[in-house]
Design a protein. Structure first.
Length: 213
């Protein structure tokens, strides 16, 4: 038997921890009475691995990409197919107002709370049967935040949220789309695109917006 130096509890000679308070018996932990040098070497190897891992984690730079970065990341101007939809993001730019893009030209002063980030893209049905084009667009930024389109998107020309845009596309047929997000202009953004109603996949397109169209 032996006695725990911390709480005074009696323990067996083979115990490596006190059964009462959980304190380690140092001699047993480093290998005395259990193979000596072999156990001691194992402890040194474990410590070296932990120290090396911590150093590597501190040295690796943090990525500026979103934390939920998927496998597929594209640039503006690249055409790609995701699920049953083919996409191409053509342009992105900043504006203060929606006015120039509204269906109703008599409507004015639709201002942003921050800035409007406009994204112009093309969606094409890549399936063998008619499909409704996906309209569930969102933004993610380099801080891990997620942004929904502005609530007034349905007022704009070429918006897929507008009532007259709720029409299916035949195979191989495409249409233009315009979406606006109300967000700050001091971050890097990616637009998140889905593969359609029968696809759980998504892709990101890195945006490089101009100051003005």
């Amino acid at each position: 038997m032996k006695t725990c130096k911390k709480c005074g509890n009696a323990a067996r000679v083979t115990d490596v921890k006190c059964p009462k308070c959980g304190s380690w018996f140092i001699s047993n932990a480093i290998g005395v009475g259990c193979g000596g040098c072999g156990c001691l070497m194992s402890v040194f190897v474990l410590i070296a691995i932990l120290v090396t891992g911590n150093d590597r984690a501190q040295q690796e730079p943090k990525s500026s990409a979103p934390r939920d970065m998927p496998v597929a990341v594209y640039s503006m101007g690249e055409e790609f197919t995701l699920g049953t939809t083919t996409y191409e993001v053509h342009a992105a730019w900043w504006e203060d107002f929606l006015d120039d893009y509204l269906r109703d030209r008599n409507r004015r002063l639709e201002a942003a709370n921050a800035e409007f980030l406009f994204v112009s893209l093309t969606v094409k049905n890549a399936d063998t049967k008619p499909r409704f084009p996906p309209s569930s667009f969102s933004l993610v930024d380099d801080r891990g935040a997620r942004f929904e389109p502005d609530d007034r998107n349905w007022l704009m020309r070429d918006s897929l949220d507008a009532p007259d845009a709720w029409a299916s596309l035949n195979p191989g047929v495409s249409r233009s789309a315009l979406v606006a997000f109300d967000c700050a202009d001091d971050r890097q953004y990616w637009i998140k695109l889905s593969g359609g109603s029968e696809s759980s996949g998504y892709a990101l397109v890195k945006l490089n917006p101009r100051a003005h169209r």
